[in-house]
Design a protein around this ligand. Sequence first.
Ligand code: NAI
Length: 308
Amino acid sequence: MKVTVVGAGAVGASCAEYIAMKDFAAEVVLVDIKEGFAEGKAMDLMQTASLNGFDTKITGTTGDYSKTAGSKVAVITSGIPRKPGMTREELIGINAGIVKEVTENLVKHSPDVIIIVVSNPMDTMAYLVHKTSGLPKERIIGMGGALDSARFKYRLAEALEAPISDVDGMVIAAHSDTGMLPLFSKATRNGVPVSEFLSDEQKASVIEETKVGGATLTKLLGTSAWYAPGAAVSVMVQAILCDHKKMIPCSLMLDGEYGQSDICLGVPAIIGKNGVEKIVNITLTEEEQAKFAEAAQAVREVNGDLKF
Ligand code: NAI
């Protein structure tokens, strides 16, 4: 099956690389607006095939969407990333125009496509794709929770001094520094609630470090991260192509779930060959419910800046 990745920059190329390395897709088409850039990234990646042992074919194009025709999944990473000190929300002006135009091109050539939205501010960009693409809501999925949950698990393992494979945890709500909701009440180490092992101070630190996980990396790197975002997308693409029916927190259009409607926010969902197979309803504590509602309010305000 064919996967298109629009934006051959840091996240797009990392995503293509992880997809190819796992060898579950027949073809990955990279698209970029910068002349020759996607073709160059594709050629470089293809020259790793014999070294890394994959058969996925990677091609690149400068804006020729006919090459993306018949894609099962398309990932939108095109747009600008944030610089140190910026919030994701400050990117809306430039990225909304790019995401809208890219979506139109993708749907024209692949009407049955499932779109994964990565460009920031992601919850608002996913909402924009819902409002402008005409695709059913099951086929538009925002990537945020998969990455934020991986960062949560990293911080939990660090605090617990445990191997990452021993810990489990999930982040829902908004993909923003303030609206992220790491579900500490449900985080576990080998099935045991982590609250058994961590002090209140450690708990507060894990939550805060998770929420500013992206900003911390942006400060260190001078731009936003790419390895973990690319890996998170590849897990979602694989869940679709291989029909894993895996539970992944994703930014989805809500219709009453978690008390919200007409908004894209991070919630746990089963991801399989049809895209979103089911939104999973988990019981939140009162405090978590209040934080989820607060995050929704903030995302609604950002959505208000969109012009369709
Ligand atoms: P980057 O600058 O390395 O790559 C973006 C690419 O998009 C560039 O190569 C650029 O030429 C291309 N592009 C711009 N306009 C285009 C168009 N109209 N058509 C095709 N390609 C176009 O940026 P990076 O680091 O890859 O980040 C991409 C986006 O992903 C940013 O908005 C960033 O904030 C977001 N991001 C989201 C994450 C998430 O968890 N949802 C995590 C990390 C980044």
